[in-house]
Design a protein around this ligand. Sequence first.
Ligand code: NAD
Ligand code: USQ
Length: 390
Amino acid sequence: MKVMILGADGYLGWPLSLRLMARGHEVIGVDNFATRKSVKEVGSDSAIPILSMENRVKAAKDIHGYNMKFYRGDITKYGVLHKIIKEEKPDTVVHFAEQRSAPYSMINAKHAAYTMSNNIIGTINLIYAIMDIDPKIHIVKMGTMGEFGTPNFDIPESPFVDVEINGRKDRITTPKFAGSWYHWTKVHDTNNILFANKAWKITTTDIMQGPVYGTRTKEITDKKLHSRFDFDEVWGTVVNRFTVESVLGIPLTAYGAGGQIRGYLSLEDSMEALRLLVENPPESGSYRSANQFVELLSINEIADIIQKAAKKHGIDIGVEHMENPRIEADRHYYNPEIKVLPALGFHPKLKMADLSEQLVKDVMPYKARMNKFRERILPHTNWRRVENAR
Ligand code: NAD
Ligand code: USQ
């Protein structure tokens, strides 16, 4: 299969490129390096050093014999994206190329507007380019579990639910209530994709994925193949942040009461889930929504797991419950359905508690490097502040 990966330089895009090449697929990567630039903008860097894309492609060839083609390009420029898809004619396009940080989208008006335009325009361009070139191309679009928010009802995997309002029945899109401008862009994308499917029968898999953690996949067998690993308050996700905090001796930054529950999965499990969705497309012309996570955990449970893992390495670390900089429930019901991936054979065995000791070990060699960005760890971006709003 020929697979184009938009956002191939990212935390997920690079290991997915390796996974798909390992499976014998032809991979074409596209990226404009926005994440590298935006992480620098907030005064941080990946904890684990990563090579330039040119050198990554070379390392993948030298170490595994993979041949990857790469285009530098911004997918919000329609002509750029159209030209690449027309030239390559992929069977599948995996779309990761969005601004993916919730805190970054909440910094101020400029960052909110950038997130809205980058994410929504990129997806609209992809829909139109595919309609023009070949509507049979399967779009694998990365959304997020955060589209749903934390409702007090079970979260269905289906994009539609049956409702009765004032005695009349109809089908509506599954209710969503996101918790940042970033998360809302994914809801808007989903609505746009649903409409494109209704209007033109584009074939799509819309993935609702929970937060990913970890450093390892089967193909990352050498330092030269590492994926990025962010840990600052804007770009780091919670498990990766707690790991780095423990190594740097910073009490784990649990926001609020720590009862926030999300559906977590390791980098390896994310790759396996994505491989299954790419290799098993839905029926041509249909829209498939897939929830993607492995275990439901609260912040307090994660803190406990990382504390225990750090202890195995002789590190005694506390937990600091700080004022929550975000607007979110920190005690709530959470019960998302997950059927599509298990039906395709997704049954991961290892849990965060099994993987955490190795995770701490993997970041320890970079302690001095991470320490340089120490002041970028405590949260500064606050959802309640509306800088530049007036
Ligand atoms: P990432 O920021 O590391 O990767 C995204 C890549 O897209 C980056 O390399 C960036 O440079 C590129 N990009 C952004 N805008 C672009 C544009 N206009 N043109 C071309 N390239 C562009 O993020 P990630 O963690 O790898 O996430 C990948 C996708 O998965 C994102 O859409 C994210 O929202 C989603 N997601 C991530 C997680 C997670 O925990 N990391 C969980 C759920 C969903
Ligand atoms: N949190 C803490 N302490 C921290 C950092 C975060 O308690 O130091 C809490 C947050 O308040 C939140 C939870 O951890 O309740 C998850 O936050 P996160 O930063 O790990 O993840 P989030 O901002 O939701 O975003 C990440 C990715 C995003 C993806 C999303 C999946 O950056 O691209 O869409 O995970 S989900 O959360 O399911 O929407």
